[in-house]
Design a protein. Structure first.
Length: 218
């Protein structure tokens, strides 16, 4: 944290050197995932969006990628200290020239991400507005992807007890007490999928909403 006021729903982006870069870590990590197919070196970033951690500690960014004819979503969390019990889901560590060492995780195993996914999906919480930190001021960054949840702001959220995610084919299931969240790793951009409780995304060149996650009552 840099000591300056931080508005709710804001994600602070620093003009910083990252080692490895986000593209580099994705190129290294994706081929090790059972749900991924193709040459990761050919990945194209279609867009990205962030959730806001109310505590201001955990960065959460979902990357939307194209590799060949396939479209993927890769949600990551960025932490200043390791996440206890999540060694299996560690993507890598990163050196950030402003924030120092960052531990990067597959976000589906991070309870902060799951809580914000629930808020976006079930209660319509908007994505975080990204603000670029430029010395003494902050500049609003344009959205490269836009999300929409099926819920409304007056919807209550149940108490969640986040468990260990499991992945079958290209679908990751996250047990969370009374709910089970499903995060789609490979996205179907060619047709509209209908589900009562869902989170969708659009990006430049993709005006038809694409389902990226759903929730089921256990």
């Amino acid at each position: 944290m840099d000591g300056r006021p931080r508005l709710v729903g804001m994600a602070i982006i620093y003009d910083a050197e990252l080692i490895p870069s986000k593209s580099e870590l994705l190129i290294q990590w994706l081929p090790r995932q059972t749900w991924f197919s193709g040459d990761a070196a050919e990945l194209v970033l279609l867009g990205a969006f962030r959730f806001d951690d109310p505590a201001g500690e955990v960065g959460m960014e979902t990357h939307l990628l194209r590799v060949g004819e396939r479209t993927y979503q890769v949600p990551l969390t960025y932490r200043s200290v390791p996440l206890a019990g999540a060694e299996e889901f560690l993507v890598t560590t990163m050196e950030h020239s402003v924030l120092g060492t960052r531990w990067i995780y597959d976000a589906t195993a991070d309870p902060v991400y799951v809580g914000e996914l629930a808020a976006a999906l079930l209660a319509g919480k908007p994505q975080a507005q990204e603000m670029l930190d430029v010395g003494e001021s902050r500049q609003k960054l344009p959205e490269t992807a836009r999300i929409s949840g099926s819920g409304t702001s007056d919807a209550g959220l149940p108490e969640l007890s986040v468990g260990v995610p499991t992945t079958t084919d290209s679908v990751t299931s996250i047990p969370a007490g009374p709910l089970n969240f499903v995060v789609l790793r490979e996205l179907d951009t060619t047709r509209t999928l209908n589900h009562e409780d869902s989170l969708t995304a659009t990006w430049d060149g993709q005006t038809t909403p694409v389902v990226i996650a759903v929730a089921f009552t256990v």
